[in-house]
Design a protein around this ligand. Structure first.
Ligand code: KMH
Ligand code: ZN
Length: 274
């Protein structure tokens, strides 16, 4: 099996600072969290922007400062969100790609998201992909529902996307595919040859699906964007969630990837300087 790539999604767009004292929503806090998660075993960081008061933003200058704060402290792969927050326009979501992060997410279809809708029509997906191509950003395909893989294959047939790709299977969003081992196995079984994959289990599904992915040879995403708790009633710090996955991998005799090993696995260029 490949070394395990652990991605941390430390902030997201929907979690608010009043829900947890551990949300790193400033550049300084994000940088410190990145360094702590790197030390705990993470290889990649999934970045959302926040304003000083904690509100979500996809603004270029915020992403510039957040990326610099991470890069000043560690060598994690920096992956930008293009999902942003519910209700943002596609242009707003994709504007910071001009900074050329190594990777960015592409959600492969619309999905109910709590009481709202996370909108990803084909025109939106094509526009975000075109911007990624323009700035040489490698997409990570986010699948929130079982038909999203079929949407990605349609984009491939159109020539907008090529496989194999790295795919993140997000399970347990209220409105998306349930966070079950059955759903994970179903999607993994249908992935095109050569794809690598990770699972992001939402809420209580995070731990069980992380353990399953380690055993299956996949990769894992954890963090407060997806799950606020370390255990019932006990709020988590991002680095604790990363460290627990790294320990589980150790018990299962699966090595944990450094960022440079993860770059090789994901076909990214080796990082030189900042
Ligand atoms: N905030 C969610 C509506 C992504 O980062 O690419 C979408 C999201 C996906 O978080
Ligand atoms: Zn996200």
């Amino acid at each position: 099996m490949q070394p395990l790539i652990i991605t941390v999604a430390p902030t997201g767009a929907e979690v608010t600072p009043d829900q947890t004292p551990h949300l790193p929503y400033t550049a300084e806090a994000l940088g410190e969290t990145a360094a702590a998660c790197r030390a705990a075993g993470a290889a990649m960081i999934h970045v959302h922007g926040r304003l000083a008061d904690g509100r979500a933003t996809q603004d270029v200058e915020t992403f510039r400062a957040f990326m610099a704060a991470v890069r000043a402290r560690c060598d994690l792969i920096v992956q930008f969100s293009t999902g942003g927050a519910l209700g943002m326009t596609p242009e707003e979501r994709a504007v910071a790609l001009e900074l050329g992060p190594e990777m960015a997410t592409l959600t492969c279809g619309s999905v109910n998201f709590g009481d709202g809708v996370f909108e990803n029509s084909f025109p939106i997906m094509r526009a975000i992909l075109a911007r990624m191509h323009e700035f040489g950003v490698v997409p990570e395909l986010e699948l929130f529902d079982l038909g999203h893989l079929d949407n990605a294959r349609r984009l491939e047939r159109e020539g907008a996307l090529s496989f194999p790709r790295h795919v993140d299977i997000v399970l347990g969003v209220p409105g998306g595919a349930e966070g079950s081992v059955e759903n994970l196995v179903d999607v993994v079984r249908r992935l095109p040859a050569g794809c690598t994959w990770s699972v992001a289990g939402i809420g209580r599904a995070q731990l069980q699906l992380a353990a399953t992915a380690i055993a299956m040879g996949g990769h894992v995403r954890v963090g407060l964007e997806d799950n606020l708790y370390y255990a019932k009633g006990r709020l988590a710090r991002n680095e604790e969630l990363v460290a627990r996955v790294a320990r589980l991998a150790g018990e299962l005799q699966r090595p944990v990837a450094t960022p440079q090993e993860a770059r090789e696995i994901l076909g990214l260029r080796p990082r030189t300087g900042s």
